[in-house]
Design a protein around this ligand. Sequence first.
Ligand SMILES: [Zn+2]
Length: 481
Amino acid sequence: MADYQAIIGMEVHAQLLTRSKMFCGCSADAFGAQPNTNVCPVCLALPGALPVANRRAVEQTVTVGLALNCQINETAVFSRKNYFYPDLPKGYQISMYDFPLCQHGWVEIESPDGAQKRIRIRRVHLEEDTAKSYHMVERTLVDFNRAGLPLIEIVTEPDLRSPEEARQYLMGLRTVLRYLGVSSADMEKGAMRCEANVSLRPAGSDELGTKVEVKNLNSFRAVKQALAYEIERQAEALDAGQRVRQVTMGWSEARGQTVEQRAKEESEDYRYFPEPDLPRLQVAPAWVEELRAALPEMPDVLQKRFVAEYGLSPLEASVLVDDRNVADYFIRTTEAAVERAIPPRIVANWITGDFFRLLKARDGEISDLQITPAALAELIRLVERQEITASSGKTVLEEMAATGRPPGEIVRERRLGQISDQEVLDQIVGELIAAHPEEVATYRAGKETVLQWFMGQVMRATRGKADPQVVLSLLEEKLKP
Ligand SMILES: [Zn+2]
């Protein structure tokens, strides 16, 4: 096989987390609702209904554009993208074409060799979602609850070179969308969907080959598999002296291959023109600056800060920044821990270790747990200062998660701070008695205060943690003549 370079570009659609749909007042959260109950004349496209743009969706799109280092255009225009499909009630989709909200951005990904690589973002625009078709055996049903939901579309330049880079890019993008709180970006629920276009060229060449669009990539795994398959397919065709046809392929998870769907449409096929029912959007630069100032710290910046300020390893830091709630929780626990002279590294160990295991076992989110950062920091202090054992620490953590009670209270109640284990104390008492035959003889000769002296020795050996009742009865028994 000849040596080819893969040229990959990605288009991602993500549902925005607004209260209402893009152009009407219907709820934007109808997941699981009865089909066709979350609709109105606007999203059903009944004659005479007029759209009104959702300000919050525009704001969220600009925020995404800023986070992706885009230029925010002062004027954006909604356009009609005309095509017929049963899930499109108007016969066109309101989208943005030649005047999108955001352009010319970039993000950085970590390429497989470990270097940072910049992926250019061509555009970020806003549009409406279609309805959802359910293909049954003999008929197709359409649910319009989804029709008109706000969708953001994020398009890269063809800067990706491998399926792994594509996956890295998507994972990074998902994290950004979640950090901004603008989308659940949940691929399994269809809240984030992606398409890729792939072409091959001989290694070393500057020309672009014919690109093939691959749709229906519903998971990170599917993205990687579909792209690998498609690259292989095109390479084989080129090797055989064939031309790659410009088509749209779908990824079939079941068959593990891409399947041709249709010849690719060109943009002129859609007869785009400005939507006459909506005014052009005027985006005030002052408003953009307000949104820029309100941007949260992005995961890549946060990761670098965790490494530089807290001395974490890059891997540990990347695990912690993956979910913004986890990162926030880590920061707050670290602040509480530093007051207790516990270094951030120890906190990171706890959170990525026992704490994550607990989350996983309960299949929960960090916000569902009743453990406050201060309470976790206190528990870590108890273990670090050896006031309780590491295994007691795990028990206390579980009880904290279940009851929300502070660690000190649980330790006292369960007497975890005390050694009351018969076996452990039996050994300590036995060793002390064996080491002090003279004192034993004195006691047996009738000097009972020696018992107190032995008690003091046990307390010293256990740093005051031995249960006095247990020690007393053990001593009395073993010192008996
Ligand atoms: Zn509606």
